[in-house]
Ligand binder design. Structure first.
Ligand code: EPZ
Length: 420
């Protein structure tokens, strides 16, 4: 239970310039991947978010010499001092990406004893495909709740993912990077952070080809050398800021982003009538009075990202007409809409489909965040609503967004923390 709530006084149109921080989902992969290196590494543009601090704690527990400066976003990791390969459940349950320590430790020392991951309650989120991938590489994996134990040695092999999995692709790529021989990942995820991890491994002297396509070829290497690597900007924070600007009928330029990562959202905003213009590292959202309703189906990259479904469906509650949103990636990712019904949203929920009939007004109300992106969706709702919206359990938001309140305040949002 967080000891504070967010209070948003809505209906301020956001105006001005803001910037995007380094990516959460790339950082939580690249930081464990530094364990694959045989020399110290430097990471840059790492966001100052809770998930990063948890990973610093875990690497320190393993014996790594690690330092992170939130002001400069610079992290130094010396993996050569790592003496352990066990990560207790007390640590791993704090976040989803803790399971990347399995692939990283298998690559680092050929064994891993890692507690089950935590993460947002948006579905049952198994990681059977990760385990299948490790076993394809010859690892002996025992799944005994709440611990996964995996031991090498690892031999390169063909790994076919029964369904596209971002985490599975990342985890098995890490384990394969230093396996004996060649590995091919079939039906691999193509997200920007999968490509970012491959680029990081290659910058250390690894050999990962085809990242960004559905077939990734990895040649195992004996040693990886020092690298100084800056992670990509956060695709989902970029999208969340774009949506917040459009939802408040504001005029905002978002700097330091990669517009090509945003194409599916940009296309949807243009379909709604929102003016969106791009330069090589910025996106500008222009003013629009009446948003047209649109239909959304979440899909793996480059389709519409499931992580943007929640803020987007929040905005659609005030679009003109009926929107149909199909959440095809996770089973339980509409909880924010249930909360928004208290604010006057007209929504019918049927399993993984939400039918949203746009209303002309939302009314501020106390609501509760249930996961990271639901929290972001409720912030968008509060920005749109008349009067005050109180968001309880806002701690979810700080897990994955760096200084979101500050950025929104600098754009004119009336958003503050209040002790409970
Ligand atoms: C990553 O989760 C992200 N998390 C999620 O972002 C994101 O929503 C998701 O990818 C999809 O883009 C991180 O990167 C830390 P998946 P992940 O494996 O890896 C099923 C956020 O808000 N599946 O691509 O867990 C799974 O249940 C978070 O930043 C299996 O069945 O996603 C889901 O239905 C939320 N078996 C689907 O596949 C497996 O072994 C996609 O999951 C693995 C996954």
């Amino acid at each position: 239970m967080d000891d504070y709530k967010l209070v948003i006084h809505g209906e301020n149109a956001l105006k001005g310039d803001t910037y995007v921080s380094g990516g959460k989902n790339t950082s939580v992969a690249v930081i464990p991947a530094a364990l694959l290196c045989d020399e110290p590494c430097v990471l840059e543009n790492i966001p100052d978010i809770e998930d990063v601090h948890v990973l610093v704690e875990i690497l320190r527990l393993l014996g790594a010499d690690i330092s992170f400066d939130p002001a400069s976003k610079r992290m130094e990791i010396d993996p050569t001092t790592v003496t352990k390969c066990q990560v207790p459940y007390a640590y791993t349950q704090k976040m989803r990406a803790s399971y990347y320590l399995i692939g990283a430790l298998l690559g680092h020392c050929g064994e891993a004893e890692v507690g089950y991951p935590g993460g947002c309650s948006i579905g049952n989120r198994p990681f059977d495909l990760h385990i299948k991938g490790f076993r394809s590489l010859g690892a002996n994996v025992e799944d005994r709740w709440p611990t996964i134990t995996a031991t090498g040695p690892l031999e390169g092999a063909g790994v076919f993912f029964d369904r596209i999995t971002v985490g599975g692709t990342i985890n098995v790529m890490m384990a394969a990077a230093k396996a004996e021989g060649n590995t091919i990942l079939y039906n691999a995820a193509r997200e920007p952070h999968v490509v970012d991890l491959a680029n990081f491994i290659n910058s250390m002297g690894g050999s990962v080809k085809g990242a960004g396509t559905d077939t990734i070829r990895i040649k195992g290497v004996k040693r990886l050398h020092h690298s100084t690597y800056a992670v990509i900007p956060d695709q989902i924070e970029t999208g969340t800021l774009m949506i917040a600007a459009a939802a408040t009928r504001g005029e905002v330029t978002i700097h330091g982003c990669i517009p090509t990562h945003m194409e599916s959202l940009t296309a949807k905003l243009l379909e709604m009538g929102v003016p969106v213009t791009e330069s090589d590292d910025a996106i500008r959202i222009g003013v629009l009075r009446g948003h047209r309703a649109v239909n959304i189906k979440t899909q793996e990259y480059p389709g519409f990202p499931t992580d943007l479904q929640q803020p987007m469906s929040a905005m659609l509650t005030m679009a003109k007409g009926r929107s149909v949103v199909i959440e095809s990636i996770f089973e339980n990712r509409f909880k924010h809409l249930r909360e928004m019904m208290r604010m006057g949203a007209q929504v019918t929920l049927l399993d993984q489909t939400a039918i949203i009939d746009g209303v002309s007004k939302l009314y501020g109300s106390p609501v509760t965040a249930t996961d990271l992106r639901a929290g972001a969706a409720l912030v968008v709702a509060g920005l749109m609503a008349q009067g005050d919206t109180e968001i309880y359990e806002p701690g979810f938001i700080t897990r994955g967004y760096e200084r979101l309140e500050e950025k929104l305040r600098s754009l004119g949002a009336d958003i503050r923390r209040e002790k409970i």
